[in-house]
Design a protein around this ligand. Structure first.
Ligand code: FAD
Ligand code: SIN
Length: 483
């Protein structure tokens, strides 16, 4: 059988694509673990949108300033001009965002936005509410616990994918069009905010096939995650908290961020992360997020999940400050696509959402532009596929279908070393010689007899390190410490 579409990933990008594909089409959606184990589910702050036509130039300008003007300007224009239409389509289909006292959409503010333009749902559970809504709408076939381990490509044509269905078994599925919506790379860093399903294997597959990975040195670190747990996945303290009045202090209650940038807590994300990192390194002082400007009932209503998560961890908000640090959050870089979301140098392979790189985020993503990117570019991808109506001939795929081993005994140790290397040497502040040493170490691991999934993650790490070495000067999230 040949599917019309295979979609890799069940986050906002994959599910919104599925929502827009005609019901008559044969669609196969694949995801690791359960459908809601994805970054979309954990998104807190909200979804950005130009508030109306008049706000488009300002939204574009804010996106470019945050992105250090390294953005693909055409992609930014497409993102912003399509934003309110894409969001209102969802609202018309029944998605509910929070409303203000007058019953109008409640827009909030986040760092580096020149006005309030972030919509949120159930306070600080925007991702979960959007994901639930999209999942309920999904009528296509979905296979869970499916881990894609290869993409079948020959002469620029994608014939389908191979995926593990268990620890030892794998299968192959063919499609006329394949959409990669497999998210970012979080789990290859030691400390991150991401779902455990997000580990960059598909970027590794693309690298292996010679497809272009773009801007892989541009990795974003969120400034405010809760520091008090031992898990790799850190609890996020949404930027919307700072947008509405929370502020960063050292252990002596000194608000040091204004020493780094005139906008203090509301400076672009890369600046805030770097400032916290630098201040802590230079002074050795602990860093905290303080909520004392909030009234308790308002806080509980506006941030119900953060309130209850931290309450479970023993914090009485908004009265107590909580220890914070930056952690890996988001990949601006990814699989290079054109403005129609088609993977460069392919005929029928598309990439959308965090996995993709249209260049829309430049060197640093503006807060809450990611959920928006997911809905805007998934729509563009589906429209383009329907228009082109590309059909494969299965018999034209002449390569051998390989059998892979998912995990091997040596993987666990190497996986931990990989995550430490990336956190120590390819994170907020980078040093050239450490990047070069790290790359050598990754090359050594790639020669070991490791399992397929680790091999792919190592390739993705290699692409990040190579790109970081190639970029000689600091730009946005890529910050090189001068010797
Ligand atoms: P994801 O939602 O991450 O989904 C990826 C999917 O791919 C999953 O289904 C996964 O199982 C699947 N997958 C991965 N690898 C494979 C494989 N090898 N085989 C099969 N399936 C695979 N952005 C905003 O705009 N606003 C916010 O408020 C916001 N808050 C955030 C809070 C947190 C804690 C995090 C982590 C991110 C936040 N972001 C936010 C970023 C945003 O949530 C993500 O960038 C976005 O949801 C990515 O959507 P996606 O559909 O591309 O990928
Ligand atoms: C947050 O709520 O701080 C995350 C927003 C984002 O990643 O865009």
């Amino acid at each position: 059988m040949i599917y019309d579409y295979i979609i890799i990933g069940s986050g906002i990008a994959g599910l919104n694509a599925a929502r827009l594909i005609p019901k008559s089409k044969n669609v196969l959606i694949l995801c690791k673990k359960s459908p809601w184990e994805c970054n979309t589910f954990y998104a807190q702050g909200g979804i950005a949108s130009a508030v109306n036509e008049e706000d488009v130039p300002a939204h574009i300008q804010d996106t470019l300033i945050a992105g250090a003007n390294y953005n693909n300007k055409e992609a930014v224009k497409v993102l912003s001009e399509n934003s309110f239409k894409a969001i209102h389509d969802l609202i018309d289909d029944g998605l509910e965002f929070d409303l203000n006292d007058k019953g109008e959409l409640a827009f909030t503010k986040e760092a580096a936005h020149s006005r309030s333009r972030i919509l949120h749902a159930d306070g600080d559970a925007t991702g979960r509410m959007m994901h639930l809504f999209l999942l309920k709408q999904c009528e296509h076939e979905m296979v869970t616990n499916a881990v894609v381990n290869d993409i079948l490509i020959e002469d620029g044509v994608c014939y389908g994918v191979q995926y593990f269905t268990s620890e030892t078994e794998q299968t192959t599925a063919y499609a006329h069009n394949t959409i990669i919506a497999s998210g970012g790379i979080g789990s290859i860093y030691k400390y991150h905010t991401n779902s455990t399903t997000v580990a960059g294997e598909v970027q590794g597959i693309c690298f292996e096939k010679g497809l272009i990975l773009k801007d892989m040195e541009m990795m974003q670190f969120h400034p405010t995650v809760f520091k008090g747990t031992s898990f790799a996945r850190k609890t996020l303290l949404s930027e919307a908290l700072r947008g509405e009045g929370a502020y960063v202090v050292d252990e002596n209650d000194y608000r040091f961020l204004f020493d780094y940038h005139e906008d203090g807590e509301l400076a672009p994300r890369d600046v805030v992360s770097r400032s916290i990192f630098d201040y802590n390194q230079n002074t050795g002082l602990g860093v905290y997020l303080s909520f004392d400007k909030f009234e308790k009932n308002f806080f509980r209503k506006r941030f119900p999940n953060i309130y209850s998560n931290l309450n479970d961890l023993g914090y009485d908000l908004p009265f107590e400050r909580v220890p914070i640090s930056p952690a890996f959050h988001y990949a601006m870089g990814g699989i290079a696509t054109d403005i129609n979301a088609k993977v460069i140098n392919t005929k029928n392979l598309y990439a959308i959402g965090e996995a993709a790189c249209t260049g829309v985020h430049g060197a640093n993503r503006l807060a809450s532009n990611s959920l928006l990117e997911g809905i805007v570019f998934s729509k563009i991808a589906v429209e383009n596929i329907e228009k082109e109506n590309y059909q494969i001939q299965k018999s034209n795929y002449t390569k051998i279908i390989k059998t892979y081993t998912r995990n091997k005994n040596i993987d666990k140790d190497i996986k931990n070393i990989l995550r430490k290397i990336m956190w120590d040497n390819a994170a907020i502040v980078r040093e050239k010689y450490k990047l070069i040493d790290s790359l050598k170490q990754i090359e050594t691991f790639l020669k070991e007899d490791v399992g397929r999934l680790l091999f792919l993650r190592l390739l993705t790490a290699k692409s990040i390190l190579t790109a970081a070495i190639e970029r000689k000067e600091s730009l946005g999230a890529h910050f090189i410490k001068e010797k």
